[in-house]
Design a binder for this molecule. Structure first.
Ligand code: ADP
Ligand code: NI
Length: 219
């Protein structure tokens, strides 16, 4: 990466930290930090454009629609204004906006057929951060933030939710494992992502087994 690109990444880090000050713990700067690290690792293994991947990872959640009355254009718009102000080339801006627009799990049924390698990588990184030990912590943190129950055996999960049902869900946090977290392993794009997802998936399954055993006082 060239020196001016490295400087721009530094400025972007500062911008994103400021945008996310006060964010909920699962969608804060440290979520971005982890996604940025995972994405960089995958990008190197997959020979992708690291500059685009870094910018996409850093800017992918600066204005999540679910914290902005469902407005899905506010994130891409803010990112575009920022990148223009930094004199980033139009072709790079286009590639970064492609990532921000299409990364989300809830829009998985509307994803275009031809997604860029850089989007595939940042999407894998974002999904990996929803899995494993960190994914479990984030899910319960989000559930607490939303006032959800941990678990209720009489509320059954629905893994085939529509986008509207997914967004409106008020179910206990354990259901989110079946409605999203355990589905991610089979949605990975890259071979590095698949390999990392396998380990994190296995950890979540062990966690759930222990959880149910403890729920019934069996362990
Ligand atoms: P996306 O933005 O990719 O569509 P979300 O923003 O809905 O996905 O989810 C991001 C993370 O927020 C999830 O991985 C999870 O950690 C947490 N989360 C979202 N919805 C729920 C929920 N209903 N219960 C628990 N955690 C949730
Ligand atoms: Ni994210």
């Amino acid at each position: 990466m060239e020196e001016n690109e490295r400087q721009l990444i530094g400025r972007t880090v500062e911008f994103v930290k400021k945008q996310l000050s006060g964010a909920e713990g699962g969608h804060d700067w440290w979520h971005i930090y982890r996604v940025w690290k995972i994405a960089g690792r995958i990008a190197r293994e997959e020979n992708a454009d690291l500059f685009v991947v870094d910018l996409g990872a850093l800017l992918h959640d600066i204005a999540d629609a679910k914290f902005h009355d469902g407005d899905e254009e506010i994130g891409p718009r803010k990112a575009e204004i920022f990148l223009h102000s930094m004199q980033v080339e139009d072709s790079v801006i286009e590639q970064v906006l492609h990532i921000i627009r299409h990364i989300s799990f809830k829009n998985r049924n509307e994803q275009p057929a031809n997604i860029s390698k850089e989007l595939q990588i940042v999407q894998d990184a974002d999904r990996l951060d929803a899995m494993g030990a960190i994914g479990i912590a984030r899910a319960f943190n989000y559930g607490g933030y939303k006032g959800r129950l941990l678990y209720n055996p009489s509320v059954k999960p629905n893994p085939n939710q529509t986008k509207e049902e997914y967004k409106a869900a008020k179910a206990p946090t354990i259901n989110h494992f079946y409605e999203k977290l355990l589905l991610l392993k089979d949605m990975m794009n890259t071979s590095t992502g698949k390999r990392m997802a396998a380990g994190r998936h296995c950890f979540m399954e062990q966690y759930l087994t222990q959880f149910y055993d403890e729920w019934e006082g069996e362990k």
